[in-house]
Design a protein around this ligand. Structure first.
Ligand code: HEM
Ligand SMILES: *[C@@H]1O[C@H](CO)[C@@H](O)[C@H](O)[C@H]1NC(C)=O
Length: 317
């Protein structure tokens, strides 16, 4: 009996000490060291979204493009130098990824509020993504924190690991599974396309050449995306690009997905049923989206003594 409880005590002690020093993330990481960190991030995100609703979409996408390239380590924020092959120049990001100035603004405000640089750029991306979704009417979730920032970037990895809008379902499933994300995560997270815009060059082939598309919708999109030229003309990814809702999914059911990769989720394959479920149930979509965002945010974080806390998100210290 006595030795049993001693054993139990030893286990408890062990698990508490590993909790305190473990390399895993925690929602409370900044509670003691800088209680102002999260309110400061939220304030600036809400302000940026009030000025331009699309910024919420752009900030959400930055976190995704960060996490899929060697983990959520703010590698996407590094500018080019002789040692850094900036991910900003990779195909999915060039003339497309945006919001870097808002991240800079958050970083300096947070460092000022904390009186020293203790909050990582990778955590700022994760919190800004959550706050953006909330600002546009989506669900909230507890963001896991304690990621550290990379000292490297890889344009090649960004080109290889960020999924392309021309992919079919098996390629999308494979791309997500390489990140430890399953088919449900793929569908739920693709629901991020309830927000924001895409450029003509990313959907031109779909609206002119594909057959699994609503004819009226294709004609409507062709009006602002010509066969030749207008590569950067924008179209909304769903009819309500500034509101987190289920229209992205209900549009897929009507063959009104904008990107080939969007419609691939509802094209007679294994993800059709989940798309249908989400299309009519914001509660289920919102809950699954939040859960998958936490999972995506946990991809290969740098913790403990790995990486660094950058002073300037664009540069290695
Ligand atoms: C499933 C694979 C995905 C593909 C192939 C894909 C592809 C794209 C493309 C091509 C664009 C338009 C970019 C442009 O024209 O400049 C875009 C925009 C966007 N993506 Fe994705 N995406 C995927 C998944 C995701 C995920 C997981 C999220 C977030 C959870 C996300 C969030 C967004 C947002 C919010 C925008 C609009 C950005 C803005 O307006 O600035 N995407 N995506
Ligand atoms: C349509 O498909 C053809 C054949 O693959 C291709 O040559 C053409 O560029 C496509 N048109 C558009 C507008 O993408």
């Amino acid at each position: 009996m006595a030795s049993g409880s001693l054993f139990l005590g030893a286990i408890l002690l062990f698990s508490f000490s590993t909790m305190a020093f473990s390399d895993s993330l925690s929602p409370y990481f900044y509670h003691k060291v800088c209680p102002q960190a999260l309110p400061t991030i939220r304030h600036i995100v809400f302000d940026a979204v009030r000025q331009e609703r699309r910024m919420g979409a752009s900030l959400l996408r930055l976190h995704f493009h960060d996490c899929f390239v060697n983990g959520c380590d703010a590698s996407i924020l590094l500018d080019s130098t002789s040692n850094i092959d900036s991910e900003k120049n990779a195909l999915p990001n060039a003339n497309s990824a945006r919001g870097f100035e808002v991240i800079d603004r958050i970083k300096s405000a947070v460092d000022q509020a904390c009186k020293r640089p203790v909050v990582s750029c990778a955590d700022i991306l994760a919190v800004a993504a959550r706050d953006s979704v909330v600002a546009l009417g989506g669900p909230s979730w507890e963001v896991q924190l304690g990621r550290r920032d990379s000292t490297t970037a890889s344009k090649t990895a960004a080109n290889n690991d960020i999924p392309s809008p021309f992919m079919d379902l098996p390629a999308l499933i494979n791309s997500f599974s390489k990140q430890g994300l399953n088919v449900k995560d793929l569908v739920a997270l693709s629901g991020g396309h309830t927000l924001g815009f895409a450029q003509c060059r990313t959907f031109r082939n779909r609206i002119y050449n594909e057959t699994n598309i609503d004819k009226g919708f294709a004609a409507q999109r062709q009006a602002t995306c010509p066969r030749v030229g207008g590569d950067s003309n924008l179209a909304p990814l769903d009819p309500t690009p500034a509101y987190f809702d289920t229209k992205y999914f209900s549009n897929l059911v009507r063959k009104k997905g904008l990107l080939h990769s969007d419609q691939a989720l509802f094209n007679g394959g294994q993800t059709d049923s989940l798309v249908k479920t989400y299309s009519g149930n914001i509660r289920v979509f919102a809950k699954d989206f939040a859960k998958s965002m936490v999972k995506m945010g946990n991809i290969k974080p740098l913790t403990g003594k790995n990486g660094q806390i950058r002073v300037n998100c664009r540069k290695v210290n």
